[in-house]
Design a protein around this ligand. Structure first.
Ligand SMILES: Cc1cc2nc3c(=O)[nH]c(=O)nc-3n(C[C@H](O)[C@H](O)[C@H](O)COP(=O)(O)O)c2cc1C
Length: 463
């Protein structure tokens, strides 16, 4: 665990197995994003899996019948054409269809298998606590492929260590799902051995790193975690993706972004007292910042944006080229948007023509919720549990008891982030996220049209 560099988990599909593979090979900890892994696998198979790597990974899945069914359902010889739509998939509920559970387990298996293939170095999977419904299936798939570590933020994943312990012991597991309007969470249960009707292979217990944004959270983990964990990833509000909101009441700057203050400061000397290794993420992507992080007591850094813009990331090339060019010319604008994410967390949005960062593109999109990852469970008047998302159709959200003011300016991050990757349906507008700092670009590119690989990024960061 002496990595100087942890490559951040970046969903949807930005942290590819190929990116993680390079980072791990070069002595960092490579991370694959497990967010919406089911969509990733189904769509990669529909694109025809030209080099056969995904089908090879599937052929190593321990439950052969299941792998065959997934391949038979989604693989398209030669791939679908650019103007064809991908197959619709169901969403997660308390009665998730078996096909979606199998797809999720297989997808997480394939992602880890591909990242470890031909290198055998440790590989990390990243999930978001906010996306609770697929988690127990995802952990199972990743562990079947021997995942070494799991990182998780966007929520407080106190219950995860015990779940990993139980899965490693071959036991059934439950995830406590938060339900709006209920004081008690609802239990989502999964017994992998019963589900596959076969004995499970022996599973290794992966190490666990919660992603935290305050000393309060690290203290909470030290006293209340349900089992062991290896250390912390500290994510500052300058990091890409979702950010923690400032604590208490906070002012906005002239761009409408939240201003973080003294209450949000992290005291690293307090963190050191926990005797756990930690890494710092958020505008730390330079060799000088790696050293600075170490002077604060960290083992190193977690970096995202520098890898998101490298050749091996899953971000669509057209956007990557445009963003790199803007960053090279000091013209890139990234806004910390308080409303874009239906989760209510601030979310970093790259301001780019043709994307959902622009009001005209946002207004032109018909609201549709067909992936459902960021939905919240809520209690219906008849006590049953439904799911709603502030980015879904407004009438529908309000009919489900949601407040109309919560729907204002919400972007569909599921479709928007999938559309920023190579796996998009035609006509869907993307949304792109990055951290505040892209000054690394000038060290990696000679001109605005230049490019760089993950290995170049690693060499630069390692000085
Ligand atoms: C494109 C992108 C997507 C991200 N998605 C996630 C995510 O799904 N889960 C997560 O924990 N962090 C996510 N992050 C945060 C990164 O893992 C990392 O902590 C952060 O980018 C570090 O800051 P930096 O971008 O300044 O290097 C994302 C960051 C980027 C740039």
């Amino acid at each position: 665990m002496n990595w100087k560099i942890i490559q951040g988990g970046m969903g949807v599909g930005v942290s590819t197995p190929w990116l993680a593979n390079v980072v791990s090979k070069m002595g960092g900890l490579g991370t694959v994003s497990g967010v919406a892994a089911d969509r990733w696998l189904a769509r990669m198979l529909q694109l025809g899996d030209p080099d056969g790597k995904i089908r090879n990974a599937l052929s190593n899945f321990p439950f052969k019948e299941t792998a065959k069914r997934i391949q038979d359902t989604f693989f398209v010889e030669g791939g679908i054409t650019k103007d064809q739509l991908f197959k619709n998939l169901p969403v997660f509920t308390f009665r998730t269809p078996k096909l979606l559970i199998d797809l999720t387990v297989c997808a997480n298996f394939v992602l880890v298998f591909l990242a470890k293939e031909a290198c055998g170095y440790p590989v990390n999977m990243n999930y978001l606590e906010k996306i609770q419904m697929p988690l127990i299936y995802s952990f199972t798939g990743a562990m079947l492929a021997g995942v070494d570590y799991i990182t998780m933020g966007a929520g407080i994943p106190l219950q995860v260590p015990a779940i990993l312990d139980n899965l490693a012991a071959g036991k059934p597991v439950s995830y406590r799902i938060t339900v709006d309007g209920r004081s008690e969470p609802a239990l989502l249960n999964f017994d992998p051995a019963a589900h596959f009707a076969e004995e499970l292979p022996e599973l290794k217990r992966p190490g666990f790193f919660p992603i935290i944004s305050s000393n309060l959270l690290s203290d909470l983990f030290m006293t209340k975690a349900s089992g062991s964990f290896e250390g912390f990833i500290v994510e500052l509000p300058t990091a890409g993706g979702h950010n923690a909101a400032p604590r208490g009441k906070y002012p906005l700057n002239e761009k409408g972004e939240p201003v973080y203050g003294a209450k949000d400061e992290i005291f690293f000397e307090k963190l050191i007292k926990h005797n756990k290794p930690f890494w710092i993420g958020g505008s730390y992507a330079s060799p000088e910042q790696v050293k600075y992080a170490q002077s604060l007591g960290a083992k190193g850094i977690q970096a995202g944006s520098i890898f998101a813009l490298s050749e091996e990331s899953g971000m669509q090339k057209e956007y990557k080229d445009e963003i790199r060019k803007l960053a090279f010319n000091n013209q890139l604008v990234v806004k910390t948007d308080l409303y874009a994410s239906p989760t209510g967390f601030p979310f970093k949005v790259v301001q780019l023509p043709g994307t959902l960062s622009q009001t005209n593109v946002y207004d032109a999109r018909t609201r549709i919720c067909n992936h459902g990852f960021l939905t919240s469970a809520y209690q219906r008047p008849d006590q049953s549990i439904g799911f709603r998302c502030a980015s879904e159709r407004i009438e529908q959200y309000v009919r489900k008891g949601g407040k109309i003011e919560d729907t204002e300016n919400r972007r569909c991050l599921c479709n928007g982030l999938i559309a920023s990757s190579e796996l998009t349906n035609p006509g869907e507008a993307p949304i792109l996220t990055l951290g505040d700092d892209t000054s690394f670009i000038k060290h990696l590119m000679k001109n605005e049209n230049d490019t760089y690989t993950a290995a170049d990024a690693m060499e630069y960061l390692l000085g």
